[in-house]
Design a protein around this ligand. Structure first.
Ligand code: TRP
Ligand code: SF4
Length: 401
């Protein structure tokens, strides 16, 4: 690839995170941070598009969410953690992209109408809300991120971003004399490589041969002594367009977590059935102990059916085969009581949360620790964002004189 692999994802600061977030999104981030350069940010501007009337809660939730991420094991020394509004370049790119974004594309994004209907008590017929997906595109494109881990609901936003990148490259990737400069760059590859490059390019452009495209890309990856500008031209020329200024991202689909809530439905704030990531052990114990079970088990001696019991859903997440068998047999034969059945679930959750509580202890004792992580993340993110903005301004004829 022309640019290094880079992962980016964001989350709106909507409130304290729960175990559903952990088993769904965060575990995935934690895995990715060891494999790739990762940037994770708090999308506070995105939160304002719907919560513009309660900005102070956004500020509070931003800090809480960063602490939740760190609790879960997102490591600020591995990944860049930052706050969207601290990198004003996102807004500049959003503005510039807005010049080339057809209104119809925005109106067609599925979340637009859906959210307006769902949050009907709010006036969401705003300019900012319509632009939500484009702001997200700017978030992604400004880091030239090629991988964006998101849930299913966000895939259309990543697709939209790809279209915006393609349109941008098409409109602004053609520098004057591009064709000549590209051919000159081909010659500089040396006669043997140049010959292979030309053949592969033709095969791709005339016959759509995808194999030829990837071979040509590999050839460019290997070629030494090619300047960055020429390299971009060669990649662009290969596919028929101009230079590739903005990278088209791919969605890395995060599998929906099977994490149940205390009522057996999916864990979600709107169902009021969550267990917080950093919830106090006493509260966890109480929530599980008072969870409903199979209604057929009125008395201890009544047999039950795990399939009809939300507690069983927790065993599916936390128990090994032997323990699951113990539940199935014990429940159906009334050999175990419900509190007895719940105890290993309580234990497993407390064990899972223990390192989370430990990780955040220093941050709770000393709030300035988080400040320095935020400041450091901001600096690292801005540096990358500014590099892209230089190229974008350049391509659009907006050089500072
Ligand atoms: N829209 C995303 C959500 O609601 C949050 C988000 C904003 C995001 N910008 C992003 C996610 C960029 C991935 C990449 O979940
Ligand atoms: Fe549910 Fe376990 Fe009670 Fe059976 S024994 S009803 S699975 S809590």
């Amino acid at each position: 690839m022309m640019f290094a692999d880079r992962v980016l994802s964001g989350m709106r600061p909507t409130g304290n995170l729960h175990l559903g977030h952990y088993h769904g999104v965060l575990k995935n981030w934690i895995r990715l941070q060891h494999e790739y350069q990762c940037l994770f940010f708090v999308a506070d501007w995105h939160a304002l598009t719907t919560h513009y009337d309660t900005p102070s809660s956004i500020e509070h939730n931003t800090r809480e969410m960063l602490i939740d991420w760190i609790a879960a094991g997102v490591d600020p020394s591995q990944a860049v953690l930052f706050v969207q509004s601290h990198v004003p370049e996102h807004a500049e790119l959003h503005l510039l992209l807005s010049m080339i974004t057809p209104l119809g594309w925005l109106e067609r994004v599925p979340s637009y109408k859906e959210q307006q209907e769902k949050l009907s008590e709010k006036d969401l017929s705003t300019y900012g809300f319509l632009g939500y997906p484009l702001l997200q595109s700017a978030d992604i494109l400004i880091y030239r991120a090629n991988m964006v881990p998101v849930g299913e609901d966000q895939v259309p936003h990543v697709e939209f971003t790809r279209e915006i990148a393609r349109r941008f490259n098409h409109l602004f990737g053609k520098e004057p004399g591009f064709e000549d400069k590209a051919q000159e760059a081909v010659r500089k590859l040396g006669s043997r490589r140049a010959k292979v490059y030309r053949e592969l390019r033709l095969r791709y452009q005339e016959q759509g041969d995808a194999q030829a495209l990837s071979s040509a890309r590999a050839l460019l990856d290997e070629a030494q002594n090619v300047s960055l500008g020429d390299r971009e031209r060669l990649f662009g020329y290969l596919e028929g367009g101009g230079r590739i200024i903005l990278t088209e991202p791919e969605a890395l689909l995060t599998e929906a977590a099977r994490m149940p809530g205390t009522d057996g439905q999916k864990m979600s704030k709107s169902y009021d059935n969550t267990i917080g990531l950093r919830e106090h052990p006493d509260a966890v114990i109480k929530k599980i102990r008072t969870m409903p079970t199979d209604p057929a088990r009125v008395r201890r001696t009544d047999p039950g059916e795990p399939e009809k019991c939300p507690v069983w859903q927790f065993h599916l997440v936390y128990s090994d085969d032997a323990r699951k068998q113990w539940v199935l047999n014990g429940c159906r034969s009334a050999g175990i009581g419900c509190l007895q059945c719940k105890q290993p679930v309580i234990d497993a959750i407390l064990v899972e949360q223990q390192p989370m509580r430990e990780r955040v202890e220093p941050y709770l004792k000393d709030p300035t620790l988080l400040n320095s992580i935020i400041a450091d993340g901001r600096e690292r993110a801005r540096k990358l964002a500014q590099e892209t903005m230089r190229d974008v301004r350049d391509a659009m004829g907006l050089r500072p004189s």
